[in-house]
Unconditional design. Structure first.
Length: 301
């Protein structure tokens, strides 16, 4: 099967490579010259326009989008839609909001085109180990596209599957990322408690390595934690600043809309927001209030 990869950032390029390794003729497009050159250096074929990409694919075409969520996806689809013909399928493998996916899928249906949403997890390790994919869309269409998913997955029968109709793939990936926030926060807090128990002089990397085998808290996230601590035991090279992709926010908002309590995910998101405020006004305000009502000590700049 010949597949067009739209977006040759690190993950898109890695997915294109994995597809090619599993026998799929893959051609890619990216608006950035540097991204195309990097893809070409890894043996991929890239083109400089969406028109050129579509021209190289036989109908019914299959195009996989790895484009940043939001306006970039809509802008790409605005250019792509007039180039496609009935029966062509677009798979959005990025972290799109599922509500945007529902809107886009309706637009595709009006033109006799197929739209599939694929929540994709695996990050930089996916090229080697395969990707976890939560797929939403028409069952018959996904069955036709099965060879694509089987090539990208850790194994043909593991790590991927249709979770429901279009929109459900990105919805499931959104919740997946919310869970990830909570798990990461729990590890971070636990290792912080260990690090602060100075009289024991705990070797955090050694602790992580012990926990990796046989422990009920073992996980791939713990494997990555151990690798980070081995490289930089005190994490001295890092700033205490944590970004978020947006999906944790969407998960919290959805939980509120559904009246579902999600305190761990919500607090994990709040902690990420706190990390970006090195001179917190709210914390200074708290210190000022304690000083006012109780004469408690404050620290001056």
């Amino acid at each position: 099967m010949k597949i067009g990869m739209v977006g040759l950032g690190r993950m898109g390029a890695n997915m294109a490579q994995r597809l090619a390794q599993h026998g799929h003729d893959t051609v890619g497009y990216d608006p950035q010259d540097e991204a195309r050159k990097r893809a070409d250096s890894h043996g991929l074929t890239s083109v400089a326009s969406l028109q050129a990409l579509v021209d190289l694919l036989e109908s019914p075409r299959v195009l996989w989008l790895m484009v940043p969520a939001g306006d970039p996806v809509d802008q790409t689809l605005d250019v792509l839609l007039p180039l496609l013909t009935a029966g062509d399928a677009v798979i959005d493998g990025g972290n799109s909001n599922y509500k945007d996916t529902l809107r886009r899928a309706a637009r595709f249906r009006e033109q006799g085109l197929d739209y599939v949403d694929c929540g994709t997890s695996g990050g930089v390790w996916g090229l080697e180990q395969g990707y976890s994919m939560m797929v939403g869309g028409d069952a018959a269409l996904i069955e036709r596209l099965r060879p694509v998913f089987e090539a990208l997955a850790p194994a043909a029968d593991k790590g991927w599957g249709r979770v429901g109709p279009v929109g459900s793939g990105h919805f499931t990936k959104m919740v997946h990322n919310g869970i990830e926030y909570g798990m990461m926060q729990a590890y971070a807090e636990g290792f912080s408690v260990l690090q602060h128990k100075q009289e024991f002089g705990l070797d955090l990397h050694a602790v992580a390595e012990i926990w990796r085998y046989g422990s009920v808290v073992r996980s791939w996230l713990l494997d990555l934690t151990a690798a980070a601590l081995e490289k930089d035991p005190g994490l001295d090279d890092l700033k205490a600043w944590v970004n978020d992709s947006g999906e944790g926010r969407w998960t919290v908002a959805e939980a509120i809309d559904l009246d579902v309590p999600a305190p761990v995910i919500t607090q994990a998101l709040i902690e990420r927001l706190r990390s970006r405020d090195p001179d917190s006004f709210s914390d200074r305000m708290l210190a000022a209030m304690r000083n006012q009502f109780g004469g408690h000590a404050v620290k001056k700049k």
